[in-house]
Ligand binder design. Structure first.
Ligand SMILES: [Zn+2]
Length: 63
């Protein structure tokens, strides 16, 4: 099922907020992929440590 791109939602990798093209304030390209963020602070946090936010699984029990 194909939807138009504009209906697509993105997840802010830093805070986990669901974003659409219209609500995403900031974008950052990393390793050929574009990530969207709710705010400049989220983008800056991602930019500083992208690997930290791109881990597919959170490590449990690590505090
Ligand atoms: Zn955010």
């Amino acid at each position: 099922m194909k939807h138009q791109d504009s209906e697509k939602t993105f997840k802010d990798p830093v805070c986990g907020m669901e974003l659409s093209r219209t609500t995403a304030i900031e974008a950052f390209e990393y390793q050929g992929k574009t990530y969207y963020f709710c705010a400049g602070v989220c983008r800056e946090a991602f930019e500083a440590e992208p690997e930290k936010y791109l881990r597919p699984h959170r490590q449990h029990g690590l505090k």
